[in-house]
Design a protein around this ligand. Sequence first.
Ligand code: C5P
Length: 236
Amino acid sequence: AVFAVIVVAAGSGSRLGRGIPKAAVEVAGKTLLQWALEGVIAAGIASRVVVTVPAGDTVLRQVCERFGALAVEGGATRSESVTAALSVLNEAPLQTGFSESPATSVLVHDAARCFAPVSSFKNVAEALVAGEKAVIPVVPVVDTIKSVDVKQVVTGTPARSELRAVQTPQGFDLATLLDAYSDLSSLSPEEAETVTDDAMLIETLGMRVLTVAGHADAFKVTTPLDLVLAQALYEH
Ligand code: C5P
């Protein structure tokens, strides 16, 4: 398999409250995007890397250049950003030592999960090489999860033993993911907003999605508390 990696970094980071794109926030002197790209390169599987960046950004584009990654302007939603990246996948420069062949598989990774360890990349890539078409890294859920209706009244409690928290990188056979994304233009903006990960689209097609072991370090830096955790882990 020939792997391309998409790093989505076009989010606003509004929940972090810093007033700059989340991927440009620094931990231990490096932007979250730099941490994420170091992780991608360390995994040693990406022949090409595409990064979605916010409109008007220059900081993240410079980081991309240093890593030989192609920067592309993201969209209003995560799924629009992934669509933009998919359309330029094979235009990204080749990483040193990799074959020129076009990608056959793609890993989609949140820049916000910038501390995802090599094992997450390896577990996903190995399952794809073994013939799976869609593979996601997961961890057990620690909280009891309830569903609620519009009035905030509980409607159910799924058995916790059957629930998993989903991380990235999520891996796909490229043709399968392109197929899943080809229907996306028919969604309303409200529906597009509900597509919070890529595997959802594969599930909609009725296709099998395999879970493999993720890692606690692949937590998504979302809130100020997450930033405190990241600093405690990496700033010394
Ligand atoms: O908003 P959320 O935390 O789910 O975003 C997950 C990832 O998707 C982040 O790394 C963010 O930068 C990226 N994203 C994007 N384009 C958007 C929204 C989010 O690339 N329009």
